[in-house]
Design a protein around this ligand. Sequence first.
Ligand code: ADP
Ligand code: MG
Length: 246
Amino acid sequence: MSKGDPIITVDKVVKRWGSFTALNEVSVSFKEGEVVCIIGPSGSGKSTLLRTINRLEEHDGGRIVVDGIELDNDTRNIDAVRAEVGMVFQSFNLFTHMTVLDNITLAPQRVRKWKRDQAEAVARQLLERVGLLAHAHKYPSQLSGGQQQRVAIARALAMQPKVMLFDEPTSALDPEMVNEVLLVMRDLAKSGMTMLVVTHEMGFAREVADRVIFFDGGRIVEEGDPEPFFARPNHPRAQAFLSQIK
Ligand code: ADP
Ligand code: MG
């Protein structure tokens, strides 16, 4: 599979919480169309990396460039990046007082300035794609966790992002609902979407990822093709991590 030019460049990025360093000079780039799974122990900085890439957190050092947009203090740049980068969280984060359809059409109308009709047409296509068209007028509380997460994915896609970030999208789900969400993500990966996925689903990572990145202590300690990585990781921390979760 041939993947394109770098769409995200992270160069010596540092993120601190007080005296604690959550990202310690992390350098990595992601190519257009690439699916990268990010794994590693709890507290190793995986979420922080995703959150700095779409500027939910401000980094303290280094550079982040997304599709040619430098993430600096220029708020116009931050808005531009947010419009290009969709994010899906462990906890769905749907607006509970809004219907499924309204959850999906809100941002395109506000940010993209689409008319209601246009936003709804796109939302219906996306709901069909995630298998939830029949639930368009329900509220999130009337849906299962797996269904809510599929709505969250549709909501992020409605902004027509160039990149999708997933932060443990199946970790809050009952086991029987994990697959329905992974199926949607597989379909998205096949469609050529650039995806950064923090996950503990090693089967998914093995099958779908073009590259696996292993985080530990705020650093990338190993990265490479899934097959050799899962068969025989080089770094002792990666070996320990994989033997623990297998
Ligand atoms: P991971 O996603 O790999 O589990 P995180 O990126 O969430 O790890 O967190 C990395 C480290 O940064 C953890 O030690 C965490 O406690 C710390 N951290 C994350 N967010 C904050 C915050 N808002 N304030 C203080 N410390 C934080
Ligand atoms: Mg996390």
